[in-house]
Design a protein around this ligand. Structure first.
Ligand code: M6R
Length: 602
């Protein structure tokens, strides 16, 4: 996802920009660029791919003396990740960087093109710089032109503009996308989050929506709809790690809260009200596919397992899921016309990678659902669908699981509509539920507080059973994995209907059962399974939209119109429960003992 850095002052500007962009790298990007004006001359560099490519391109360039500089990492939305589409965008004598989406860019572009302006890129951003230069022709005043330019923009933006007509100035505006200004004496910095300027600036001002202005000669002039505005700087933390956590106690907590937002990124450009579309796939690739085999490990395996219910139910295609480390040594029988799917957050998991290589050797078509572009598994696969969760730092996977599950759900509906196994009404219903998913993932403060309070009753005992049926069985497995990873308490996920075939022997008041009881999928069945446990005095925490009197603790959910909405809402609850229990036990939530984020050995 895009990132912005800017600087005005006498220091070496290339290093400040590259260093700042490096701090934003974790957000994910596919191209980067910088533009610098010094001695009234404009220099700019862009490169597709990693920042190293940009660093290589600029290795013989060094800025000296006073100047203005802007830089950007781009995560493609309008137009492919190419050098032409990378920011900063050039007009004739000005450069702009921008985060967000200009919703009315097409009509602005049409107007400018009618006035003879030529566009080079496919981006919405380029409109800003041309609009500015168009205004400059009428106003002869750079700030007035900038002000008029932003008054015409609709949508979300954080933008910086530099121009040869005001070579000592950076113009800025913010609406809906984050941007801040850092201060250290006369040196002024800009960034889309504070990590690029920590260690450089001493004070900071976080811009509000609707604010704009310019920086010049060590001073910032700030305006909003009511005119010029005074502003209060605040001191800036010097601790990078805590700043990256945005005030959350742990990365895992931050990542749980991010799920609602990243889910929208996962769907962006892939879904509209009538259809699902994957530019990564074409109907030829899926032609003739008669079965699906999915291999993955850990949390990714749980997401795969959940999707197998959807592939069979919606797309009516046989789907088998295997743990990659088991698959590798079982001498598997691989049938042609089977699509081999791997799921991986990191794209580096050794067992999953090896399973993929085996499938390829057997001549199967391969597809991966992965969070890290250019990872080994992405490179090895015929096709890749990126989950776009952004970097996940907590060892216990959360947002990666959510986005994997979403991609697989979308894929199952996509294949169902290609195969004609669902009606238009069902298709619409699925899409409607997908669009509502970000809402079901919002963490409500009251809910978090409630889970925090009840977590104190779950710190002892002789173990946990997470139980569910159907789609909620893989979710139960995932809930149990989350808990054991970070609390070190014993937890098992179990199909609720299977409890009476053995595990119910463990039931007593010290056995904690987390019961996932959705309304929209087999409610009566799971209810009677939970009643059996309650009759044997197990301690029950029920999670359900339906009141359930036999529970010792009860968390009521809201979104019960579709099983997947229930799935995602319950997923958040199990994640927060694990988090709160782990915090109470004093564990390192982000780096649990014995675990690594990326398991590159078998
Ligand atoms: O990067 P991958 O998704 O391939 O990793 C697979 C597992 O190692 C991973 O999901 C692991 O189980 C997580 N720690 C779960 O939270």
């Amino acid at each position: 996802m895009c990132g912005i850095v800017g600087y005005i002052g006498p220091k070496e500007k290339k290093e400040i920009l590259l260093d700042g962009l490096k701090e934003l790298e974790y957000r994910g990007y596919d191209s980067a660029g910088i533009a610098i004006i010094e001695d009234k001359k404009l220099n700019h560099f862009k490169a597709v791919g990693k920042l190293e490519n940009l660093a290589n391109k600029t290795k013989d360039y060094h800025s000296s003396g006073f100047g203005v500089a802007i830089g950007h990492t781009r995560w493609a939305t309008h137009g492919k990740p190419t050098e032409l589409n990378a920011h900063p965008h050039l007009g004739k004598y000005s450069f702009v960087v921008h985060n967000g989406i200009i919703e009315n860019y097409q009509s602005l572009k049409d107007k400018l093109q009618k006035n003879g302006v030529t566009f080079l890129s496919q981006t919405d951003t380029e409109t800003i710089v041309h609009l500015f230069e168009y205004q400059c022709k009428q106003d002869q005043n750079a700030f007035e032109s900038f002000k008029k330019t932003i008054s015409e923009l609709e949508g979300a933006y954080a933008t910086l503009l530099i121009t040869e007509v005001a070579p000592d100035t950076i113009f800025f505006a913010k609406n809906g996308s984050p941007m801040l200004i850092g201060f250290d004496g006369d040196d002024i910095y800009f960034a889309s989050s504070d990590t690029p300027i920590i260690g450089k600036a001493k004070e900071v001002y976080y811009l509000e929506d609707g604010e704009y202005g310019y920086a010049k000669e060590g001073e910032v002039k700030l305006f909003d709809a009511n005119g010029e505005k005074k502003f209060q700087k605040q001191s800036l933390s010097t601790d990078k790690a805590s700043a990256q956590k945005d005030g959350y106690r742990f990365f895992m907590e931050k990542e749980i809260y991010e799920q609602s937002r990243v889910m929208s990124e996962t769907m962006m450009g892939r879904i509209n009200s009538n259809n699902i579309y994957f530019e990564e796939l074409d109907s030829e690739f899926l032609n003739g596919i008669e079965a699906i085999k999915i291999c993955a490990c850990g949390t990714s395996y749980h997401s795969a397992l959940a999707s197998s219910y959807l592939f069979e139910r919606l797309a009516r295609i046989p789907c088998a899921v295997e743990i990659a480390s088991e698959f590798r040594y079982k001498e598997p029988l691989l049938k042609q016309n089977t699509l081999f799917i791997t799921i991986s957050q990191s794209g580096e998991t050794a067992d999953t990678l090896e399973a993929l290589k085996m499938a390829k050797r057997a001549g199967l078509k391969s597809l991966t659902v992965c969070n890290v572009d250019n990872s080994s598994i992405v490179r090895e696969s015929d096709r890749a669908i990126l989950t776009r969760a952004g970097i996940e730092k907590g060892v216990a996977s959360t947002k990666a699981f959510a986005t994997q599950t979403m991609v697989l759900w979308m894929l199952s509906v996509y294949m169902a509509s290609l195969k004609g196994t669902i009606s238009q009404d069902v298709l619409k219903g699925e899409i409607d539920a997908m669009i509502h998913t970000p809402k079901a993932l919002i963490v409500n403060e009251g809910l978090h507080e409630k889970i925090h309070r009840l977590s104190k009753r779950y710190l002892h005992g002789h173990g946990f059973f997470f139980i569910g049926r159907d789609l909620f069985y893989p979710l139960a497995l995932e809930g149990a994995l989350k808990l054991k990873e970070i609390s070190y308490l014993h937890a098992e996920g179990y199909p609720a209907g299977e409890m009476k075939h053995g595990p119910i022997a463990l039931a007593d008041s010290e056995l904690f059962t987390i019961a996932l009881m959705p309304r929209s999928l087999h409610y009566e069945k799971i209810k009677s399974n939970v009643e059996e446990l309650s009759a044997r005095d197990a301690t029950i925490l029920a999670i359900s939209p339906m009141p359930f009197d036999l529970a010792d603790d009860f968390i009521q959910t809201k979104y019960d119109s579709h099983p997947m909405l229930e799935f995602f809402e319950m997923m958040v609850i199990t994640q927060i429960l694990a988090l709160e229990i782990s915090i109470r036990l004093g564990n390192d939530v982000d780096m649990p003992r014995n675990l690594a984020k990326s398991v590159t050995v078998e």
